[in-house]
Design a protein around this ligand. Structure first.
Ligand SMILES: Cc1cc2nc3c(=O)[nH]c(=O)nc-3n(C[C@H](O)[C@H](O)[C@H](O)COP(=O)(O)O)c2cc1C
Length: 190
């Protein structure tokens, strides 16, 4: 049931070494494209960086450099460690992709497009979950490092996230530990 998948899906950032095939990635992206989108803009764009590919290595290095320049910790060893971690996580992910949203002709459409693309990512994550594949959605270092033009994104695309994808090495938050507020804390019934 969709409801079970919605509840059981968890962010995953540690993976086994098992490969995620291109055909599986295609299936995930196709699932993403079934997200609702107003005015049929289909605003999502996906950039997949092959595991052993030159572009993956290039992006990992850009993220390393960005992290080294921007981590707040003044200790050079800590900076080096954070930067190496950020780089290695990108290199190690069995699959790794960026998701962008194209802008509309005005702010209203741009916002709709961004919302639709976020729905697309959730579709992708739920489809992945149904296939035993885990996804970690990040808007952190891999996005802040501004890799857009290096990977072929148009300069005016809005970044929605970087997705680390693979078969979970372990369940990061056990279902019993995953918490959400009760419905009545977040709902006004009037
Ligand atoms: C827009 C967005 C950005 C996120 N960025 C990050 C991130 O940069 N780093 C990270 O570790 N997790 C990130 N996450 C994952 C959330 O931290 C995660 O969804 C949250 O902890 C709840 O866990 P769950 O996905 O297992 O329910 C992001 C999630 C969303 C929706």
């Amino acid at each position: 049931m969709v409801l079970d998948a919605i509840r059981a899906r968890r962010t995953t950032r540690e993976f086994t070494d098992a490969e995620v095939s291109d055909s599986d990635l295609e299936l995930l992206i196709e699932a993403a494209t079934w997200a609702p989108n107003h005015r049929a803009t289909e605003p999502w764009r996906f950039i997949v960086l092959a595991r052993e590919g030159e572009m993956r290595r290039k992006v990992a290095q850009i993220v390393y450099d960005w992290t080294y320049e921007n981590v707040k910790n003044p200790n050079p060893e800590r900076r080096e460690a954070s930067s190496t971690d950020a780089k290695q996580e990108i290199l190690d992910a069995p699959a790794f992709m960026y998701v962008y949203s194209v802008q509309g002709n005005n702010d209203e459409v741009t916002q709709e497009n961004y919302a639709a693309t976020a729905c697309a990512v959730q579709n992708l994550m739920l489809a992945a979950h149904s296939m035993g594949i885990g996804v970690g959605w990040s808007t952190g270092r891999p996005c802040l490092a501004n890799v857009g033009t290096a990977i072929g994104a148009e300069p005016d695309w809005d970044i929605v996230g970087a997705l680390y994808i693979g078969y979970p090495a372990k369940i990061q938050h056990r279902q019993s530990e995953a918490q959400r507020k009760p419905v009545n804390d977040v709902t006004i019934w009037s």
